[in-house]
Design a protein around this ligand. Structure first.
Ligand code: NAI
Length: 335
């Protein structure tokens, strides 16, 4: 099969080559797949994309005209694919539903620990010969209430890790995980989770229902000084509302691995370019905000698993035996 891989970084190529090279004809493109780059798909059977490629209705129509029959996502989230359009053009969409949920859960914990114990500041201070611990005060996690929104693969592991710290875990999800309940996790409605949490971590997908679930109104329901962690999708948070809440001193800390407008920024070295996005520029000025550029998944295990499953998805498509749990369809998502 001829596969066009978009948004390729050196690490993608290293791991994908291991599995794809022998069996398929692969061409790597550094650019993202979007309306401007869709011409590159001419003559390919499949496109292999990541979180910030844009597969809207127009792109899907044009890749279909170019001969593409398959979209393989190197990720779990599929909010960047217009599934209705994929259905209309008979395009199959396969993803990697779980590569390393531990990687993302552990990164959420890293954000919490860094924001709380200010290890990033301590590191810089000590390197400059400043051994003062003034203003590095943290708080103990033991006994704190941690709210988990979405207790799927990642949220469950996150909840279990935080239980290990001695935290009380409260959660909201339409599906109650009996195993977590047995471990003492209490499920409640979203509003109560917002009200009671000292730390709130988002682990649900981005859907029309969850878009801007963190907004001016929901932030006001939270405790003053709450720590908000988002390793899921940027658009779960209304960034303007979060900035205002930080300025008001209500939102106490924010740890982000994803950002509402990350497409133009993340995965790129912009260190010598003027950043035109004023919202991220403002976020970067807060001492109590920590941003990483969508690296929560980024472990050797996860990269290997992504490459292996991506190759298997292509092989299965060729063999006409798609694994149902790896396929996303408009029917399954929209009902
Ligand atoms: P999952 O599908 O196993 O779990 C998601 C959970 O969210 C499900 O239990 C679902 O019922 C729940 N949910 C859906 N709507 C909800 C709502 N309105 N309120 C509360 N819960 C709701 O997904 P998984 O693997 O745990 O991934 C979670 C998210 O993490 C993904 O959607 C993706 O956006 C993000 N992710 C981020 C990565 C990163 O590198 N930063 C890497 C991988 C995933």
């Amino acid at each position: 099969m001829k596969v066009a891989v978009f948004s390729t970084k050196s690490y993608d190529r290293e791991y994908l080559d291991k599995y794809l090279q022998e069996k398929h004809t692969v061409e790597y493109f550094e650019s993202a797949l979007k309306q401007r780059t869709v011409g590159l798909t001419n003559g390919f059977d499949a496109v292999c994309v990541f979180v910030n490629d844009t597969l809207d209705a127009e792109v899907i129509k044009r890749i279909s005209e170019n001969g593409v029959r398959l979209i393989v996502l190197r990720c779990a989230g599929f909010n960047n694919v217009d599934l209705e359009a994929a259905r209309e053009y008979g395009m199959r969409v396969l993803r990697v539903p779980a590569y390393s949920p531990h990687a993302v859960a552990e990164h959420a914990v890293a954000l919490i620990m860094t924001l709380n114990r200010k290890t990033h500041k301590a590191y810089n201070r000590v390197r400059e010969g400043n051994f003062s611990i003034e203003r590095l005060t943290g708080f103990e996690l033991s006994g704190k209430t941690v709210g988990v929104i979405g207790t799927g693969r990642i949220g469950k592991i996150f909840a279990e890790i935080m239980r290990g710290f001695g935290c009380q875990i409260i959660a909201h999800d339409a599906y109650i995980n009996a195993d977590l309940e047995k471990q003492g996790v209490q499920y409640m409605d979203m509003e109560t989770v917002f009200k009671q949490s000292d730390i709130l971590s988002l682990h649900c997908p981005l859907t029309p229902e969850t878009h801007h679930m963190i907004n001016a109104e929901s932030l006001l329901k939270m405790k003053k000084g709450v720590m908000l962690i988002n390793t899921s999708r940027g658009k779960l948070i209304d960034t303007n509302a979060a900035i205002q809440s930080l300025k008001d001193g209500h939102l106490g800390y924010m740890g982000l691995d994803v950002y509402e407008q990350e497409e133009a920024l993340f995965f790129k070295d912009l260190s010598e370019i003027i950043i035109r996005d004023d919202k991220i520029a403002r976020l970067m000025t807060f001492h109590n905000v920590l941003i990483t550029a969508h690296q929560a998944y980024f472990t050797d295990n996860a990269l290997d698993q992504i490459a292996k499953t991506t190759c298997k998805n292509i092989d299965d498509f060729c063999a006409g035996s798609i694994q149902k749990e790896n396929e996303v369809t408009a029917e399954r998502v929209l009902g």
